[in-house]
Design a protein around this ligand. Sequence first.
Ligand SMILES: Nc1ncnc2c1ncn2[C@@H]1O[C@H](COP(=O)(O)OP(=O)(O)O)[C@@H](O)[C@H]1O
Ligand SMILES: [Mg+2]
Length: 360
Amino acid sequence: MPTKSTRAIGLMSGTSLDGVDVAWLETDGESITHFGTTAMLQYEESLRADLRRLLDLAPSIAADDPFLLDVEQRLTQDHAIAVVLAGRNADVIGFHGQTILHAPDQHRTWQIGDAARLAHLCRMPVVHDFRSADVAAGGQGAPLAPLFHAAMARDLPKPLLIVNIGGVANITYLGANGEILACDTGPGNGPLDDLAQKHLGQPYDKDGALAASGTIDATRLATLLAHPYFARPAPKSLDRLTFSALIAQATAGLQPADAAATLAEFCTSAIARAPLPAAPLRVLVGGGGRKNPVLMAGLARAFTVPVQPVEAAGWDGDALEAQCFAYLAVRSLKGLPLSLPSTTGVAQPLTGGRLQSVIL
Ligand SMILES: Nc1ncnc2c1ncn2[C@@H]1O[C@H](COP(=O)(O)OP(=O)(O)O)[C@@H](O)[C@H]1O
Ligand SMILES: [Mg+2]
């Protein structure tokens, strides 16, 4: 007998700080029975800039710092508006929050967002704090998309590689015998966005125009790829700023276009270096990076198998991460695992998330 389906709204604000993605779906925590509205609420420039500042401040800022609390309230308010954009009622909201620090090796991961306020504003219970339990248990706390990817790809031929290019890039490898492997591969759009902000005054390099006009500097690329992270076995995960100092050093003195070309190649070469047990049949790419033709061309060069946006499988590449946190909220309510030894390095499959009920 099928178990009861739960209607969930997922909210994801990724490390690109571009806005909050929202998605509605219905699931029993295993298979997804209905997909609903998806949307994105773009952050206004001032919130984006303040969030970017918080990433730099996070290692030393106090949890009750007035600037942090103010940004958290503005962020939470935008999430409430995003829930309204989803336009339908739900039984639960999955609220990822905004990661401002991710240091699993120090048993720390920090997502800001006021779950009690969101539950109150939306009059819906909220599952939040998805990563802490995993990190407390010695896991990486990331990526958390693999079990969702596995549910989405249930009927697709394996092995399959799913790549998400956000601020950081991550992969899920789904093997022919049900294996699920995952890790953050390296930088995604993050360093390219920083470069575009600095040299173009734009939040990102639209359609990869700047990167396409530059030349890859092979020596600098080799310096970047010599970072010890790439030799580490999976599972492993990254902070948005893990490579900042190295990138600043390796791109110093380069023309912006050449720096962009080199950073784009850094992203795709790092994805191609992810340790996989077998070659996939194809590569599906989600996240905003799939809209950057330079990144897609880099991946197509790096893999011998077809590289396609996730839309080729009928998925919505903009909404995937928000759908993931709707799905994980329901899994959390049911006590089902959110992470596995092969996805975060945690010792046992582990549930996570905390339930915040509505306070009126
Ligand atoms: N047309 C485009 N051309 C180039 N890059 C794009 C385009 N559209 C989106 N992006 C990139 O995608 C990013 C947003 O991707 P997203 O999946 O939301 O990442 P995150 O999950 O980190 O927020 C933007 O910051 C930008 O770098
Ligand atoms: Mg985003």
